[in-house]
Unconditional design. Structure first.
Length: 368
């Protein structure tokens, strides 16, 4: 499975989506104060913040650090009626289909200079507008499949009635604008539904965009509270940031950015939290290789076994895999060196069936 997975940033026009994307990638997607200025989805590749790499680099005196990376896609602003082709609806839906997870930006601040496409600030209504459009698009996919299953019923396949029942349950929910991820399904039903790759089944993160002077105590903002409650109900995360402030921080040199954050009462940029949440949302993690040349984080999907993880470095590593020599990051740091960790019996040799863990510090043995 490729780890070239993507999080699509979505939102209604003028909620701060492109401003945030620019800050994430410094890619300079146009962020003008009018709908539809973002037409082609811009892709930005960003480093995943990971404090472990610096600690290991200092320990092994590495010449360079290479963090894990992930991809964000800025998707054109959506309006009511997108599922029937309103605005850039069809393009919007096609671009969402291609991403693996969704980060939805909602505006939680008033500003007379920035018009809101719906006229007033109401983040839950904004979320519902996008959900409704995605539900309508999904209904079309589900209806087509149910129609096909109707024709297959006569063939006598025992699984067909079960799949049909599962999809009818999902269709009823979508008809009430309930995203598929919020519908209570058994594991078997989930398998049937998964095959359709529904838009409303994609994992989601809500990003509440607040005013600069509110970011240090965003939890007091009633709009933010409402979104947090909504997100919790579907087991999703929500992160409060000020897109404007993130854009300003992104332009500053490292030392000035730290000063700016300290003055704002923040420990790290909101972007770091978004990137880390996006990484988690995609089901990704990192193992680490550490030597004098470099300390590097390698991105893998959770559940990846050692030979496939080795293949991320080079196909020969997977083809000729013998064993993986592994020590956990925590054990390595506690011992102060690999030699000390080995003396304590904390360096293990693992075989082909070993499932990699986040933060494993690894040396692969292979023979081609």
């Amino acid at each position: 499975m490729s780890t070239n997975l993507e999080v699509g940033i979505v939102g209604l026009p003028n909620v701060g989506k492109s401003t945030l994307f620019n800050a994430i990638t410094k890619a300079g997607a146009e962020a003008a104060n009018y709908p539809f200025c973002t037409i082609e989805p811009n892709v930005g590749v960003v480093d995943v913040p990971d404090t472990r790499l610096k600690v290991l680099s200092d320990m092994v005196k590495a010449k360079k650090i290479v963090p894990a990376a992930m991809r964000f896609v800025d998707i054109a602003g959506l309006v009511k009626g997108a599922s029937t082709g309103e605005g850039l609806g069809n393009k919007f839906l096609a671009h969402i289909r291609e991403v693996d997870a969704i980060a939805q930006v909602v505006r939680c601040f008033e500003d007379g200079n920035i018009t809101h496409v719906e006229g007033t600030i109401d983040p839950l209504r904004d979320i519902e507008i996008i959900n409704t459009e995605l539900c309508l698009a999904d209904m079309e996919s589900v209806e087509k499949r149910i129609e096909r299953l109707g024709k297959l019923l006569k063939a006598g396949d025992k699984k067909v009635p079960l799949e049909k029942a599962a999809l009818e349950k999902v269709l009823a929910g979508l008809g009430e604008a309930i995203p598929a991820r919020r519908i209570d399904l058994t594991d078997e039903e989930k398998e049937f539904v998964k095959a359709l790759q529904l838009l409303t089944l994609k994992p989601i993160l809500y990003i509440t965009n607040v005013a600069e002077d509110e970011v240090a105590h965003a939890e007091k903002n009633p709009f933010v509270q409402a979104v947090q409650k909504y997100a919790a109900e579907e087991g999703a995360e929500s992160i409060a940031v000020s897109a404007k402030m993130e854009a300003e921080i992104a332009e500053l040199p490292e030392d000035e950015a730290q000063e700016f954050l300290a003055m704002a009462g923040l420990e790290e940029p909101g972007l770091n939290r978004i990137i880390k949440a996006g990484f988690k949302l995609l089901g990704l993690m990192a193992y680490i290789t550490a030597g004098e040349i470099e300390v590097r984080a390698w991105t893998i999907v959770r559940g990846t076994k050692a030979p496939q993880a080795a293949g991320k470095i080079h196909t020969d590593f997977e083809r000729g895999f013998i064993r993986a020599e592994i020590v956990s990051y925590k054990d390595l740091v506690a011992c102060g060196s690999k030699a000390a960790a080995r003396e304590k019996g904390l360096v293990r040799l693992e075989g082909k069936d070993y499932v990699m863990q986040d933060g494993d510090v690894v040396e692969f043995r292979f023979n081609v």
